[in-house]
Design a protein around this ligand. Structure first.
Ligand SMILES: [Zn+2]
Length: 259
């Protein structure tokens, strides 16, 4: 069993701290900012055992070397082997399906999710999914390296997980994503209700996360490009008839990029 806590960093990043209840291990996911992690560890008198990295962007990797340098013991650092990330000592290849980080209570299933970057991976530990910048609540990551088709397939992979799976993206982008989702689907009652709930949380400066796969299937348009009402709104917005699901996804992402 594991518990998960957010360490806020920069403007809107979360560095998720994983604590293994039985084995006693502590890992952080995507520590872009070492100081935020070091302050949290000191405040809570915790010892860090390792790091899990989803992709190479600096706001996810920038703290690796400082965290290693500030610990007497060697940190276990997992991450994709094809993204040129300094400090990884447990590289994860394209064939790896699972790993068992030392001092965690169970293995971590690995998902290969090209789209935001080509080597982007996610970790599923118990029912906790650490999905970096691929799946956000009510949205998805920008396509810096991959194609819309790759991102759509990556999101479909995650949508097939158990509905109770808890979703831990690396950014608090939920309100901006909900504003876009409501533009695309202004009659989705689950979406309207969730937007009200998130507003309450954010007004109190509380995280809107984790989400769940079940909730995302209801509120996230990027998981439902096949839906007729979404295609209708895209057709209207882009003044072209949108019929196939691939085009629907591509145009959704394009609309959001300029929203
Ligand atoms: Zn990124």
């Amino acid at each position: 069993m594991h518990t998960v806590t957010p360490i806020p960093a920069f403007n809107d990043n979360y560095i998720w701290l994983i604590h293994a209840k039985d084995s006693g291990g502590h890992y952080v996911v995507d520590p872009g900012d070492a100081q935020a992690v070091l302050d949290y560890l000191e405040q809570h008198q915790m010892v860090l055992d390792g790091i899990l990295i989803t992709h190479h962007h600096k706001d996810h990797t920038g703290g690796i070397e400082e965290l290693q340098a500030s610990h007497d013991h060697k940190l276990t650092v997992y991450g994709p082997d094809n993204e040129n990330i300094k400090g990884i000592n447990h590289p994860i290849s394209g064939q790896t399906e699972s790993v068992w980080p030392e001092k965690l209570d169970s293995d971590a299933k690995i998902f290969h999710l090209p789209g935001h970057t080509l080597g982007h991976i996610a970790y599923l530990i118990d029912d906790h999914l650490f999905c970096g910048d691929t799946l956000f609540s009510a949205g998805c990551g920008r396509l810096f390296e991959g194609t819309p088709a790759q991102m759509r397939e990556s999101l479909q992979t995650l949508a097939q997980l158990d509905e109770n799976t808890q979703v831990y993206p690396a950014h608090e982008y939920t309100q901006a994503n909900l504003a876009f989702a409501l533009t695309v689907e202004n009659d989705n009652e689950a979406l309207i209700a969730h937007a009200a709930k998130v507003k309450q949380l954010r007004d109190q400066n509380l995280p809107s996360l984790p989400s769940s796969i079940g909730l995302e299937k209801q509120i996230n348009p990027f998981l439902r490009p096949e839906q007729a009402s979404i295609k209708q709104n895209l057709s209207r917005h882009f003044s072209q008839e949108v019929t196939d699901d691939g085009t629907s996804f591509t145009l959704l992402r394009q609309w959001k990029d300029n929203f």
